[in-house]
Ligand binder design. Sequence first.
Ligand SMILES: [Mg+2]
Length: 205
Amino acid sequence: MQEIHQPIPPGQIGFDIDCVVADTMEAFIRLAGNEHNISIVPEQITDFTVENCLAIDPAIIDAIFLRLLDDPLKNELRPMKNAVPVLKKFAHHAPLTFVTARPDRTPIFDWLEALLGPQIMAEARLVAMGDHNGKVDHIKELGISYFIDDRFETCEDIAAHGISAIVYNQPWNEKRHQLPTVKSWAEIEALCLGQPGTLTMPEPS
Ligand SMILES: [Mg+2]
C-alpha cells in the first residue's frame, strides 16, 4: 500500500483541474437547473461518467460539459473552497503544475489566470491532454512525484507507475480504491506546508 510522507515540496505536486481545483459539479448542477430546468442534488452524482448515474438525455449532459470546457469564465465555473489561497501560497515556493484531460488549453488557462493572476500563470505549467488516459506520461515528463485527481482510475494508473497518487474525495470515488485521500484544500495545504508526518490511509473496505 502506498504511503505519503509529509511535507510534500510544493514544486513536487501536480493537480487535476475539474473537481479538484474547479467545482465542476456545482457548475454542472447549476447549469442543468438554470438552462435545462433539471434539478440534481450532488449525492446523485455517484459515477465519474454522469450518464451512468443520472436519467438525463446524454445530449444535454454533453451540452452542459461543453459549455464548461469552452467558456469556464462565462459559465462562472467556481474554484473549490480554499483552492485559490492555497495555490497562491504554493506558487511562492515553486511554479504550479496542472494536468487536465480537457482538450483545449486556452479556456482553462484563462480561467486559472483570472483566479491566480498573470504572474503566477506565467510560471505555471498546464497540460491539456484531451484524454482521460495516459496522464502518467505527462506527469513523469513534468518531473513531479505527487499528483491529486478525483478520478480514481487515473490515480491507480499513476500509482502503478511509481508516482504518489492522492485521490480528492468525491461521491464518485469514495470507497472504490485503496489510495490516500484528501477532502479539502486545507488538507492539501497541510500536506505540503504542514508538520512532517504520514498521510492517513483509507479504512480497508
Ligand atoms: Mg477531475
